[in-house]
Design a protein around this ligand. Structure first.
Ligand SMILES: Cc1cc2nc3c(=O)[nH]c(=O)nc-3n(C[C@H](O)[C@H](O)[C@H](O)COP(=O)(O)OP(=O)(O)OC[C@H]3O[C@@H](n4cnc5c(N)ncnc54)[C@H](O)[C@@H]3O)c2cc1C
Length: 496
């Protein structure tokens, strides 16, 4: 059974909703059971049928599946000989039901999009051979929990998203390696160590990397970004009580890192170039409340500030601002946005937009055998950089890659501030403006509610201090409900 968080759209599998949403932290009462998604009207392009005379052989070591009259001389994934392959029956078993039976599906990236894609391929096609390629060693982990790790709210061991048992049970081969090239014509992925992985369908789920702005001194020792478990561990290793840390970037991730590190005893300053914190998610009024709260927790905040350099010898010792004080720092965390890892696709000749690999609503790229999902994908001109979206796109890509039918429908995006013990939510078009837009706003000393409607229909909300409206607003946006239909919910906060 699947339950969806009505606030952030995270999908949980289990007999009951979780005690707390791992993405936004709300309780089980804000989860709703999910209905199976309706099949897409437009079917996938006809897949190439597997050779009809072929049998299917599975490597008993790594689960790699080979099609042919005999097993291969060596497993392309783990290298074992033909004696370690077992027949798993001719693909005809499922051919009548699913044209793709026994396809080789290669997935690049073992983040949430890649792992979810693997699970969906398996669910759709029990015979598919699935290989997940990951450049990060160790089991896949919850990237969204990196800031909770810095805050000491999650232990290192609890970061694991999928244990080895998942790969064994799902018969998914996990390969450690870096994809370096894609041969679209020959349908194979080349690894940096020279190995090649042939595919019938390729899912690119290789995520994004943190953007490093061209500030003088960014390469000094002690300056880091926060994208991987390894980077978070190194930040923690360098932390000491009373140590000074400067976080450059007052977005969600930067603020979570700042609050987390401050709660563990570091003295933290946040530098934001925009006039207020979380400029994309919050209005100035909500951001002012947030800034006050951060200061009360010992975090210094510098908004509208421009960093001119990171000073030091080998190691950093301060951050210089265009105006204002020099901020002492023994660590600097750059939190200035992400960029899709789309160069692999671009080099192969796939169409790439400014935000990622261009895909249609079935997540198929400009090559019909290649799909993309998660932070690396740009779907109808949009990319999100959000966990639940990567999870859902992984699901859709897995189904489509296995020959099934599914489509990605972009939900209204919702973001929440974790770590800080304070509910803040931003849903849909927070800054909606222009003809037909009406704003419902209410503010108290510790809370702020702003709901935006266009032509009577709810389009967005910014909530601070109390996010009980988040679920109803989100559902209202998705179903096109009017302000009048939401009156029961917004009456109270507006005090109307
Ligand atoms: C600190 C932090 C906090 C966050 N908090 C939130 C939050 O609260 N809410 C929210 O919605 N989102 C949050 N996010 C964003 C969320 O984590 C991402 O949207 C999500 O992880 C994207 O998943 P993905 O599978 O697309 O990519 P990724 O998680 O980036 O995984 C891609 C994987 O592919 C691997 N890879 C890359 N290139 C190659 C290659 N050439 N060969 C092989 N492997 C490769 C990478 O090493 C990586 O392991 C946060 C992100 C960070 C960093």
């Amino acid at each position: 059974m699947e339950f969806r968080c009505t606030v952030c759209a995270y999908v949980h599998e289990g007999a009951a909703p979780p005690d707390a949403c791992p993405v936004c932290g709300v309780g089980p009462e804000l989860f709703e059971p999910m209905q199976a998604p309706a099949p897409a009207a437009d079917p996938s392009p006809a897949p190439p049928a597997p050779a009809s005379s072929a049998g299917v052989w599975r490597c008993t070591v790594c689960s790699y599946v080979h099609q042919g009259v005999a097993p291969p001389e060596a497993c392309v994934v783990c290298g074992v000989g033909p004696e370690l392959f077992e027949p798993v029956g001719p693909p005809a078993v499922l051919q009548g039901e699913l044209a793709s039976a026994g396809w080789k599906v290669v997935i690049v990236g073992a983040g949430v999009a890649g792992c979810q894609a693997a699970a969906s391929v398996r669910e759709t096609d029990p015979l598919a051979s699935i290989t997940v390629l990951s450049s990060e060693p160790g089991p896949p982990y919850r990237r969204i929990d990196l800031t909770r790790l810095l805050a000491g709210q999650v232990r290192d061991e609890a970061m694991v998203m999928y244990e080895e048992a998942f790969f064994t049970e799902q018969r998914v081969a996990r390969v450690l390696g870096q994809a370096r090239s894609i041969d679209l014509e020959g349908q194979s992925v080349g690894l940096s160590d020279g190995r090649r992985l042939p595919y019938d369908r390729l899912i690119l789920a290789n995520g994004a990397h943190a953007f490093v702005p061209p500030i003088p001194g960014v390469h000094r020792d002690g300056v880091t970004v926060l994208r991987t478990l390894d980077q978070a561990r190194r930040v923690l290793q360098r932390c000491r009580t009373g140590g000074r840390i400067v976080v450059i970037g007052g977005g969600l991730l930067g603020l979570e890192a700042a609050v987390g590190l401050a709660s563990c005893g570091s003295r933290v300053a946040v530098v934001e170039g925009e006039p207020w914190l979380l400029p994309r998610q919050l209005t100035q009024a909500a951001a002012q409340l947030l800034e006050r709260k951060l200061r009360s927790q010992g975090v210094q905040v510098f908004c509208g500030a421009r960093v001119t350099g990171i000073l030091g010898d080998e190691a950093v010792y301060a951050v210089a601002l265009a105006e204002g004080p020099e901020l002492p720092a023994e660590q600097v965390i750059l939190s200035t946005g992400i960029r899709a890892n789309s160069e692999l696709a671009a080099r192969a000749g796939l169409e790439v937009g400014p935000r990622g690999i261009s895909v249609d609503e079935r997540l198929i790229s400009s090559d019909p055998h290649v799909l993309a999902a998660g932070d690396v994908a740009e779907c109808s001109g949009q990319s999100f950089g959000l966990w639940p979206i990567a999870q859902d796109q992984g699901r859709v890509a897995g189904i489509v890659a296995a020959g099934g039918q599914a489509a990605f429908v972009a939900p209204p995006t919702a973001t929440m501030l974790k770590v800080l013990d304070l509910p803040v939510a931003s849903i849909g078009e927070v800054h909606a403006a222009g003809p037909g837009v009406e704003i419902y706003e209410d503010q108290g000393p510790q809370r702020y509610v702003r709901v935006a409607a266009r032509d009577g229909r709810i389009v967005g909300a910014c909530l601070y201090g109390d996010i009980t409206l988040a679920g109803p607003v989100r559902r209202a946006i998705e179903s096109g409900r009017t302000v009048a239909e939401l009156a029961g919910f917004i009456q109270d906060p507006m005090g109307a």
